[in-house]
Design a binder for this molecule. Sequence first.
Ligand code: PMP
Length: 358
Amino acid sequence: MIPPDIIRPEIAALSAYPVQSASGFIKLDAMENPYAFPAMLQARLLARLSEASLNRYPSADAPELKAAIRQAMSIPAELDILLGNGSDEIIQLIALACARPGASLLSVEPAFVMFKMIAKFCGLKYVGVPLKTDFSIHIEAMIAAIERDQPAVTFIANPNNPTGNCFDRTSLHRLITTAEKNHGLVVIDEAYFAFSRESFLRDIAQYPNAVLMRTVSKLGLAGVRLGMLIGRREWLQEFDKLRLPYNINCLTQAAAIFALEHYDALLLQAESIKQERSRLTTMLKQIAGLQPFPSDANFILVRVAAADKIFNALLSRKILVKHTSKSHPLMANTLRLTVGTPAENDAMISALKYSISL
Ligand code: PMP
């Protein structure tokens, strides 16, 4: 038995982040790239990995990997890079650094669930401002929340997960400048940048209070676990103090350096996912009783009359999607469908048609 006064009550009240077993399923629940690492590069990747010194601690600062990221993603010279074991770890570093007594973390709702969970892990008060019913940002409400709650940090995923849309640029600019006046940091999370036309990479240096987060997870390297924070040195050097030494292991560093040398091949896969996204959207629109929302990401949120029934019918046909209905009132009767390979998407469409007809 754990004595009652050891574990913090807010941690005891949490449930761990749920990851459903997907063995034997067509896996369309977690926004992974459905394509394997390009076959013609695999032997060279293995050769590169075999050179890694497994007996040594990895490079702590990973300068070679940072140079590869800077080059591949055209990171402006005036901005620094901090690496995390996935962008999840970076969210946690930022939240930990900002968790002064009474401090709060602001986001929109619905948003990526880890923003709220990590706020709790770190003892930050969480403030969520609902999106409008069309999932656009309610900028007046966000500005009011910033002025009222004075959040230490605001997280905005753009495109947003689980809704899939980008927010209006002018609104995000207003949000950042309002946060600046109220002494708050804004983190723009571009996890889905490869599938959207939008980026703040070119603008981030102009704001004294904004940083940008990216990940290679949606680019076909989710198993590698690598996220990056891009921003001014004065911010990044504070977060870096909280980073555990050697957080990016040597296999991740070697694999990511090699993959980024072939960044074009990854972007090509992202392009075909975008093409599949539009084919899938067209097919979804043709299914009566199903409403797909516009997406700038590698997934499509749909509204269906009986999401529970459809989700379970898909499961029984060995197709795993994300049941998002209960995550927020604005998400009632929704499922989040990751864009898969053409064959996976065809299988999902036929299972959806069958499930709706039940
Ligand atoms: N940000 C957003 C908006 C996400 O949707 C996700 C993953 N679902 C992440 C960050 C986490 O990415 P990573 O795999 O780099 O931890």
